[in-house]
Design a protein around this ligand. Structure first.
Ligand SMILES: Cc1cc2nc3c(=O)[nH]c(=O)nc-3n(C[C@H](O)[C@H](O)[C@H](O)COP(=O)(O)OP(=O)(O)OC[C@H]3O[C@@H](n4cnc5c(N)ncnc54)[C@H](O)[C@@H]3O)c2cc1C
Length: 327
């Protein structure tokens, strides 16, 4: 009787989404009067047991195999499936990230079990018996679905930024599990890496200054870059921008881009189409700069400036500089 949290990591660096997963798994286990266990994949992740212990897992299953040197969806999914067969948890919960959803799907296919991805809510009265009621966002957030998972073992992923990570230290036992991985099932794995520029990313930055079609060109992003720099933030964009080749897809916010949750999101010349909105809606504050007072993002934002972004953005930067110079 346990709830098993899958800890997503990259060569031993825990993903922030995993902390929410550990918190959600602990809450569910408590509610079900069940044990809270966690699973790490690859020897690189062994050191994460200390962090996991801070979140109160009773046991950390550490999966080891020479093929688990780096991320591989089939190898990770097969590892989860083997541990699930051995430990028979009631619920397996992974993170609602691209990797998290992929490995839970891989495990579910191997176990012949259903899986519900990107859940935003689990039944607060679920006691471990019967179906589990979950709520999840579908179709890019335009549909909120309530469903029941009827299976002996329920596989789910937790939508990102839904559960605030809260520590609750407990003493943790480590258990090393050797899995049996056949090279014929491992079709894809990380083979090479490109060094990323150090610093905040779109997903983690507290300030995101984003531009849409209204920016008009790749060069038009220079004032947004200036403002982001002044605020120690990063620049994001809409899909209209990436489609036009003005910026890389890595900067795109939205359903098919990055989901963000900054302290402030400054959306310049972005209409706020649903596919963009689902990536930005977790922002704590939104300032929309748009010529159209009826634009979707303007009607949803806490703050809006109705005007031409080519005038408004440089004016904000100039005012920040003027005030800083006075200090
Ligand atoms: C399956 C699918 C997935 C998608 N995924 C994503 C996604 O991940 N992210 C995403 O962003 N989109 C996504 N889209 C596209 C989405 O539907 C919209 O087409 C896109 O977000 C529109 O981008 P935009 O707001 O920049 O452009 P528009 O909708 O053209 O809006 C431009 C805005 O700029 C304003 N404007 C124009 N000039 C100025 C100016 N000088 N000053 C101030 N304001 C100005 C206009 O009033 C308007 O509100 C997806 C679509 C599909 C079908």
């Amino acid at each position: 009787m346990s709830v098993l949290a899958i800890v997503e990591h990259d060569r031993g660096l825990i993903s922030p989404a995993s902390l929410g997963v550990l918190t959600a798994a602990r809450n569910l286990a408590k509610q079900m009067n069940s044990k809270f266990e966690a699973l790490t994949i690859g020897a690189d992740a062994d050191a994460l047991s200390e962090t996991i212990s801070k979140y109160g897992a009773a046991t950390v299953h550490q999966v080891h195999h020479p093929m688990l040197l780096d991320f591989g969806p089939e190898a990770w999914g097969e590892s989860i499936a083997q541990v699930v067969r051995k430990t028979l948890p009631q619920i397996v919960i992974g993170s609602g990230t691209e990797r998290g959803n992929e490995i839970i799907a891989q495990a579910a296919a191997r176990l012949d079990l259903p899986a519900a991805m990107n859940c935003t809510e689990f039944s607060s009265i679920f006691d471990g018996t019967g179906p589990l009621r979950v709520v999840r966002a579908r179709w890019g957030g335009s549909l909120i679905e309530e469903s029941q998972i009827e299976a002996s073992i329920k596989l789910v992923t937790l939508a990102n930024h839904i559960v605030e990570p809260i520590e609750h230290p407990e003493s943790t036992t480590m258990s090393v599990v050797d899995v049996d991985l056949d090279s014929s099932v491992i079709h894809s794995f990380v083979r090479d890496r490109v060094e990323r520029v150090a610093g905040v990313t779109l997903a983690t930055s507290p300030v995101v200054v984003s531009g849409g079609r209204g920016v008009g060109s790749a060069e038009g992003f220079a004032p947004l870059e200036d403002l982001a720099k002044l605020l120690n933030g990063v620049v994001g964009c809409s899909r209209a921008v990436t489609n036009n080749g003005w910026r890389n897809h890595t900067d795109q916010v939205g359903q098919t881009g990055t989901r963000i949750a900054p302290d402030i999101y400054i959306a310049c010349g972005i209409s706020g189409a649903i596919q963009h909105w689902v990536g930005a809606m977790a922002s704590k504050n939104i300032l929309a700069i748009n010529i159209d007072p009826q634009a979707n993002i303007v009607t949803k934002a806490a703050y809006a400036v109705i005007g031409d972004l080519h005038e408004v953005v440089p004016a904000i930067s100039a005012e920040i500089k003027r005030r800083r110079d006075k200090l």
